[in-house]
Design a protein around this ligand. Sequence first.
Ligand SMILES: [Fe+2]
Length: 347
Amino acid sequence: MQDSEVAYLSFDQGQARTLAAASQHLAELRGPQAAGVASKARQWAERLHSTLDASQKALVQRFADGQLSALMCSQMTCPGGDPLPKHLPDLASLARSKRCLYLASRNQLLLELVRYRAFAFDIDNQGQIVRLVGNFKGGGSVPRPGEDHSTQVELSSHAGLRLGPHTEAPYNCSIVASEGRSPAPSALILSARWNPANEPTRIIPLRGIIEQLGSLHALALTSASFAFTRSDCFVAGQGEADKATSMLQFDPNGGFSLRYNAYRFSLNDHASDAAARAFDAFQALVKDTQPMPFVLQPDTALLINNSRALHGRDILQDNRRLLVRLFGYSRFASPVVLNDDPLLVRG
Ligand SMILES: [Fe+2]
């Protein structure tokens, strides 16, 4: 079951060269946040797509159609060396660095290859498309230089804490904007600049879990019986918690769409006993499922369908681990667009 939910797309040498030249070109144009780069990324993706063989094209199509939980892209190259630093550099200088722009550009191109558009939420990550995932705020298994243990560390991808299984916020809706708020990302893509301890990103495909739950429990998860707390990475005063949301809905592209976060979701006060039992059963199944580990490095990138799979990670071991993340919307998603290019949507 799980095997058919994830697939591996490896590129041949010629394709890897095209991808590297394209990523370099997009990075020189200043990457995903610069106006005009999305259409260039689309052109490069079309060019790369024309070089794929039939089985590669089939994998790309399955992800594009929402039929895969995750697609691991591998055998990509990075130009030049990128020595591991002694400590993780500060966020601002990383964000400006050529290597991060290169990896972010490649991620944008890979999103385009599966017909997704990279975007940012206005309320999240300072409205920026590229998110650098690393331990900038402490909470890892080894303290950062000068880390203060007395203050509470935020629970976000800018800290080193364990992140239990979740889909990406916001949690109000999945495909079509509702009440002026855009849906959750359809997908995210992660690559690694540094991952010296080979720390995995963990994926839990949800299809098997929903099938095991049974029809009545699944139906109960479609009721507005769930509450969630606000994400720590949201802009102050934005993305407030909601006390009545559903977790699961039917979606013609992929069969279903689910929203859940192991450390933010709970039952709301008005939930029925049936919804409570379904929530317990769902959480028990998630807990009992062995997540699939994916170790990211600069030559790989992982596309995750955010409606169909949970992702998470353990507490960080090596504080130099640095991932580059982008969100993408599928061609089926309809967000509230604030700016077309670069794509910015209301959260
Ligand atoms: Fe996440």
